[in-house]
Design a protein around this ligand. Sequence first.
Ligand code: GDG
Length: 478
Amino acid sequence: MGDVTSRYLIVSNRLPITAVVENGNLELKASTGGLATALKQVFGEDNATWIGWPGETGALMRKAREQLEDGLEKAGMVPVYLAAKQVERFYEGFSNGVLWPLFHYLLDTVRSDAGRDWEAYREVNEKFAEAVVAVYKPGDRIWVQDYQLCLVPGMLRKRLPQASIGFFLHIPFPASGVFRILPWRREILQGLLGADLIGFHTFSYARQFSSCLLRILGLESNVDTVTHDGRLVRIGAFPISIDTEHFETASAHPEVTAKAEEIRHHHPGCKILVGVDRLDYTKGLKRRVLAIEHLLEKHPELAGKFKFIQAAVPSRAGVEAYKQLRKQIDELVGRVNGRFSTISWSPVQYLYRGLDGHELLGLYRAADVMLVTPLRDGMNLVAKEFVACRHDDDGVLVLSEFAGAAWEMGEAIIVNPYNEDELADAMHRALTMDEPERRFRMQRLRKRVRDWTVHEWVRQFDQALTLVTTENAAWHRT
Ligand code: GDG
């Protein structure tokens, strides 16, 4: 049952569903993602309305389109349809071709021809804002999610001056020296400032945002508050987490146990290292494979003693940088395997596909070492999910210092993913760590993901939004 009473309008690029048409009939598959589930549980089934893009619907026949609208309405969702060109320019071009690499400090990957895509970004943000205004009722709270929709808070503020608006950024917010590269830096900041509350995963991102406000807009913040256009805007850190209980229960399922045993059985006498990521250049896959190569150069005695299983889920396959990355990883894995394999063993097992739930949890449970080594990551939920699944209090987490999760998961082996030598040493240390130390670290990590779940995250954001909305209302009365 929900414990928050106002109605929430959740605005996100994608609705938490996938529409599949089979034999002319449409089926809506609800996302089981932590955010969607937690919002439902905290706000109550009927108190959260989602507004977002339902995914590619261009090919849906008329009947399926009617079914889609029906299904969405029943699920409390409002679709924002995007034309193919808009998807190409707003989503692939600007959101994923400019903001995503820039905010992850991968400057060489930022597209240089983004002018026309900026226009599409603005246009689609307008479309989302209009969709919100169409369903908004006084008293509703609006919670805008992520980098695709940075302009929406400002657009909403113009149309709904009294509305309570929150914004949460799921990716890092970069240092001002990096953010300043963006030609539309002022517009993005102004857009975000339309919100009453702007949330980030860590204090460091929040601080960097404040520093951009000062350097780019000349706005000085007072600890976590800035005054803008006659309103208070609060800036805060809200580290996202997972539905820990769900992962604890699901990973104890007999099929997951069987899967974990099957994985171990296939690699007798080997310690198992695991990586699970979207195939994304921010996740540090290339350097991870290079570090495996380096590990074998430094420790030839490890040949035949471990297996590195990397699952890479296809992602943003329409974006050029992702096509290139796929090719590079294929080549790199081939090279390392070609160099070190024997007749009966190869160091890397590489899966380019999504895993089903049991496979994913089976891998978490089978792992002796979990490698979470992104070059930058807002938070990284894989690190938290892995820990939640380890009922046996065993397994070692190797975690990048550039993932938001590193701020909360200090008992992991923390590494600089850009330092191949350090990464190889961390892998060696994880593979050879004694059991008491493994347990000591894992117990503490598990306690943390139990104490701080995605439900706390939702509640804390809601409370902070309530507070600043009340402050702003009081301020306007005086
Ligand atoms: C963004 C930020 C931030 C992965 N492979 C499979 C699979 N997954 C699931 C994992 C996890 C999710 O996908 C990935 O979440 P991450 O947090 O690691 O990364 P992003 O997708 O980049 O998310 C990130 C997050 O937003 C939340 O704020 O933490 O920093 O970049 O839940 O389990 N799930 C299944 N099969 C797979 O093969 N079923």
